[in-house]
Ligand binder design. Structure first.
Ligand code: 5GP
Length: 119
């Protein structure tokens, strides 16, 4: 199967600003915005501005930007007031992971009790 180019996805358009989003946080390397179809009271998508299709495409060259991405999680949790109650990070990959947008994103879910394992 031919893999989709992340630059052809809706998140590419969100990064370039041609499609709007409810921005939660932004800096030179990453963007965080509310999910359009929230699965919890807080559901934020945190993405690198650099196009990476999914975690399966991550290489050594992405180490810095991916590291930076993770360090923004507590900041976003605090902005959304879920830093004390807790939250969950999810990265879906490929078919079994039910990834629907081929631009790497971290789901940040919180604001309610989250069950484990997910079914
Ligand atoms: P995935 O299923 O790939 O892990 O997650 C993709 C997420 O992107 C889904 O939760 C979906 O609701 C969200 N999403 C898809 N299109 C848009 C959009 O245009 N705007 C926003 N804010 N979220 C979107």
């Amino acid at each position: 199967a031919v893999k989709q180019d992340p630059r052809d996805t809706i998140f590419a358009k969100i990064v370039e600003g041609s499609i709007p989003c409810k921005k939660v946080y932004e800096d030179d390397d990453c963007l965080a915005f509310d999910d359009i179809s929230p699965q919890a009271p807080v559901h934020v998508l945190l993405i690198p501005k650099h196009p990476i299709g999914g975690i399966n495409d991550a290489t050594e060259e992405h180490a810095t930007v991916l590291g930076k991405l993770m360090t923004k999680v507590p900041k976003i949790a605090k902005l959304k007031d879920i830093d004390h109650s807790g939250y969950r990070l999810v990265v879906n990959e490929g078919i079994h992971g039910q990834q629907s947008v081929r631009w790497l994103h971290i789901h940040i879910l919180g604001g309610r009790q989250l069950n484990w394992p997910p079914c």
